[in-house]
Design a protein around this ligand. Structure first.
Ligand code: FAD
Length: 398
């Protein structure tokens, strides 16, 4: 029997509606917004209307109760126009709010998730610190209990959406002497702590512009007891529970750019005439186009098969000792590296015009490189894959 690699009618409808919106609403403002490095302020209201914000959330929180395949599809489709804004939506909805949903109490979820679904609240997730990147467990941020309050000190760097967010989910050491077993998860309502121990400085980047990135500083920030998420010293479990869905769904950001780079290059190569012929008639250009197509298709099915496998699991958390951990790391590893390669080929096909901002292909290229760094670098993903292969000697064949 044939394996069915086709989208369902419902998935096609989602793709169509998101793509029509991205072309009509996002595309016309992208060149300017990229230049000034500003996020379109109402984007989360727009994605709320499309049902993307709470795409995997239960209806009681305002969600659409779809799966990670649909999340990946939505992120891929936004990224066909803007990789950076797809990342911004993913950082809020998957990294912050979906992880919160997986680990918070019912009371906490009812207080937070509905506002994320309507686009009223944007989220961000704080793991990385200036001296703790790949080695996240060596974080220095602390939360110390004083009476019925937590006092937080430290900093988080490269935090997507921090300059515009209302909710921050973050990790801090609550028992530093216990190492990774002394980390806890907290959330803060930024409006309540801004200027009172929470501050944020926007970071300038050469790619992923329009997606705001911040350096957050906590200075004696007070949080109420109930802002602890997932239990005292249970932070590592919370953190790892979100990494697989993050790596799988954010593969969509690079998929969207890969597809657009291929489409734009194909169109340009047919139109651009040199030596009296369209440049697509030259074999070295055809080779690039063929490689782009092959790379995109391979990336696409790695990511979608990982998302489909994830949707079929009872626990979507993955983590050490699961096939999902290896598949998620492999999907983003492949998509990320292929994205950079395809982006470079697209620039080359566009010649000098590709080096200028007019064709949009440059934005995709600049954004793509991030996917070899963010959500765990390529080196860290290879370490995860090798660790999981050594665990089961590839007996599962996945
Ligand atoms: C635009 C952007 C958005 C981001 N968004 C977020 C966010 O929302 N939230 C968040 O918490 N973080 C975010 N990050 C941070 C990102 O996850 C980190 O940059 C990443 O994990 C790498 O950490 P680092 O930059 O400190 O590099 P380092 O860990 O210092 O790594 C430097 C180099 O050394 C390599 N290396 C490190 N350890 C090993 C090892 N054991 N073996 C082999 N090689 C190794 C790395 O692979 C890399 O090549 C974002 C980063 C960027 C640039």
């Amino acid at each position: 029997m044939a394996l069915d690699f086709n989208l369902t009618d419902e998935q096609r409808m989602l793709e169509d509606s998101v793509y029509k919106w991205a072309v009509a609403w996002l595309e016309p403002q992208m060149e300017h917004m990229y230049e000034v490095d500003e996020m379109p302020p109402t984007i989360f209201k727009e994605t709320a209307n499309l049902g993307i914000n709470g795409i995997v959330f239960e209806e009681k929180y305002g969600g659409t109760e779809m799966g990670y395949v649909e999340t990946l599809l939505a992120y891929e489709t936004i990224a066909r126009v803007s990789n950076a804004l797809s990342m911004t939506v993913g950082a809020s909805q998957t990294l912050c709010f979906d992880n919160f949903r997986r680990n918070a109490t019912e009371e906490q979820k009812m207080a937070v998730l509905p506002k994320s679904c309507t686009g009223e609240w944007i989220g961000c997730l704080g793991i990385t610190e200036p001296n703790a990147g790949s080695d996240a467990m060596s974080m220095k941020t602390t939360a110390v209990k004083k009476g019925d309050k937590w006092i937080v000190n430290g900093s988080k760097i490269f935090i997507t959406n921090a300059p515009v967010a209302q909710i921050m989910l973050f990790y801090a050491k609550t028992a530093p002497e216990k190492g990774p077993h002394g980390i806890s998860t907290f959330f803060c309502e930024i409006d309540k702590v801004k200027g009172k121990g929470w501050s944020c400085e926007k970071i300038k980047k050469w790619g992923m512009r329009t997606s705001p990135t911040g350096l957050v500083t906590f200075e004696d920030m007070e949080l109420p007891e109930e802002n602890l998420v997932g239990g005292l010293n249970k932070g590592v479990a919370v953190l790892t529970s979100g990494l697989c869905t993050e790596r799988i769904t954010l593969s969509g950001c690079t998929l969207g750019s890969q597809r657009s780079c291929l489409e734009m290059s194909l169109k340009y190569a047919k139109e651009r005439v040199q030596f009296g012929k369209p440049i697509i008639s030259f074999q070295t250009i055809q080779e690039k186009i063929a490689n782009m197509y092959t790379g995109y298709l391979a990336s696409k099915w790695m990511a979608y098969s990982a998302a489909s496998f994830c949707d079929a699991q009872t626990s979507k958390s993955g983590g050490k000792g699961t096939d999902l951990d290896r598949m998620a790391a492999a999907a983003l590893l492949y998509c990320g590296e292929m994205g950079t390669k395809i982006g470079l080929d697209a620039i080359q096909i566009h010649g000098g015009y590709g080096y200028c901002t007019e064709y949009g292909v440059t934005r995709h290229f600049l954004d793509q490189k991030l996917w070899e760094i963010g959500a765990g670098t390529s080196e860290i993903r290879r370490m995860i894959i090798a660790r999981e292969l050594m665990r089961d000697d590839f007996k599962s064949g996945r």
